[in-house]
Design a protein around this ligand. Sequence first.
Ligand code: MG
Length: 373
Amino acid sequence: MEPPSSDPDERESIPGLRKIVHIDMDAFYASVEQRDDPSLKGKPVAVGGSAGRGVVAAASYEARKFGVRSAMPSVQAARLCPDLVFVRPRFDAYRAVSRQIRAIFNDYTPHVEPLALDEAYLDVTEDLRGIGSATRIAELIRARIKAETGLTASAGVSYNKFLAKLASDQNKPDGLCVIRPGEGAQFVSALPVRRFHGIGPRGAEKMAKLGITTGADLRGRDIAFLRQHFGSQADYLYRAARGIDLRRVDANRPRKSVGGERTFERDLSSGPVLREALDNIIEIVWERIAKSEAQGRTITLKLRTADFATLTRARSLPQPVADKAEFALTGHMLLDELLPLPQPVRLMGITLSALEGEREAGPHDGDAQLSLL
Ligand SMILES: [Mg+2]
């Protein structure tokens, strides 16, 4: 058998191999804020939260040097970085940039699958401009994003989605990385599984307990083992450990509702404890949303108090929820509206639904207890 070509431009001659580019804006929300407010340039900036409450949605690179990360409680972030500047998120501004970059993507291919406001997969196996080289297209897109938005993006180029996403993360910020056919398995073997798309903090924790921390560890487990422990995700993991990914770039993802709820062992009452509980639920529900590729505009928070009263708050955004940060921020806003509570809370749930005004996910939409996860 011929070894796979190392020239990315000969990929189309290998059956099944595509040319995939993953574009990811660098520290997106924080970079937009620094662009639009020159007084923030060079400063550690956290978008979302405030010195007292909530979670950080995004951190500038200056803030990351202090260990500030997205999804971190604001209190912890402020402790790590006393000069941290908290900025309110402006999703309208982020959406405007998102529209600009999607227009750029569409100049090269109609096969664009957005993952968030600031990242997307592009299938450029056949590109609209006849350029032919995925690497060249990635460089052109990065240059145009810089020129038209004043912001930097990183790009990953490879022969499938899984590897392209890993690659875009490799040389951040303002970087490019190419993983050629024949290099995928080796690239994956050294990586911590935490970096694999689809493996969240909980998934990584579960794997660590099974002795799996790197791609090589994962590759060492057979498909039966993976099915036993990871169910429907087993095939994806088995292939990912080998640098293989059969998922197509899908420009038309389905819309459905996804949510989850949790009954607590002990009733919760204080604000910080409820916020932490909400973060844990969001973590799991967002993994489920990402896996099912659900989209929706309405976020509903449900609380059941010790006296079995059910309180709900819902908010509909003008456009589908873009990413986990927006989902989490909205969830926390809804919780803040309900505080302080008249009674301790025995159950909490959050749902992303497709239709405005839809309060509960349907019976087949996975609005189930989270205890099994
Ligand atoms: Mg990004």
